[in-house]
Design a protein around this ligand. Structure first.
Ligand SMILES: [Zn+2]
Ligand SMILES: [Zn+2]
Length: 263
């Protein structure tokens, strides 16, 4: 069995070899064969324009204005660092990419910017719905308590479909984390899941079995819901385990259980 962790963030540390090697060491300790290191696009100065619409709400504006976390590094510094890491003799294979916030209005901007660099993989993620983040503590006030869950889910999956069809990405981040607060729509999601599976196949994209929702948000599903996992399997969608670690000690969390589910 080959163990790959397809999604971990450097965002809580500096862009240094020492910090990256803590992730490599953690992966080695847990018996992993390969890791994919990425960061959110909101770490990098170059991507600031795509977050413009989030500034419509003060809480989101404040979140983006935290200079310790947001828009603090140049993309080239991350890529140069990761290329240096790849030159080293390490016990675990290391790939690098980004977790890109897909914002349809900025698709051409993203295409242009991402095209200037080379990556081993690119993860596309939906983190906001028409300018409102859905996964923050303040999202209940801004989104969940104000809009109908059916409308939120419908719009979320429309955005996911657009993300896949943009052809910008090799991997879809946490396909069903919209469930993180355990608020569900009243309509049947199966046809939506079926369409997502077919689109992922058609565009040769991997889907994550991301356990972040389980240990970071205490959702009862370890990764994908049983229903979605089964539809992905039935449609032979390529699955990749993702810890969504934000610190070295979370690398490979639940990887054996989650990998078993996928096979
Ligand atoms: Zn994400
Ligand atoms: Zn992530």
């Amino acid at each position: 069995m080959t163990y790959i962790d397809g999604h971990m963030h450097l965002e809580n540390g500096p862009l240094t070899k020492e910090y990256v090697l803590q992730f490599v060491e953690a992966a080695h300790q847990k018996g992993l064969d390969e890791i994919q290191i990425l960061d959110h696009t909101h770490r990098f100065i170059e991507f600031e324009p795509i977050y413009e619409r989030l500034k419509q709400y003060d809480v989101q504006k404040t979140w983006l204005a935290n200079k310790d976390m947001k828009f603090k590094d140049h993309l080239s510094d991350f890529i140069d660092l990761m290329k240096d890491i790849q030159q080293m003799d390490l016990p675990v294979k290391v790939k690098y990419g980004l977790e890109v916030c897909y914002v349809p209005e900025y698709e051409n901007f993203l295409k242009e910017l991402l095209g200037q660099y080379s990556f081993d993989f690119l993860v596309g993620a939906i983190h906001s719905i028409d300018g409102i983040l859905y996964d923050m503590s303040f999202s209940k006030d801004l989104l969940w308590n104000r809009y109908d869950a059916n409308d939120i889910y419908k719009r979320y999956y429309e955005l996911v479909f657009q993300l896949i069809e943009s052809q910008l990405f090799t991997q879809l981040a946490h396909p069903d984390t919209i469930k993180l607060f355990q608020i569900y729509p009243t309509y049947d999601l199966k046809p939506t899941y079926q369409k997502m599976a077919e689109l992922l196949k058609a565009h040769h994209m991997k889907a994550e079995n991301n356990v972040g929702c389980y240990y970071r948000y205490h959702h009862p599903d370890m990764g994908l819901s049983q229903e979605l996992l089964q539809i992905f399997k039935d449609n032979h969608v390529d699955l990749i385990y993702a810890s969504d670690a934000h610190q070295p000690q979370d690398v490979g969390n639940y990887i054996r259980e989650a990998t078993l589910q996928m096979n």
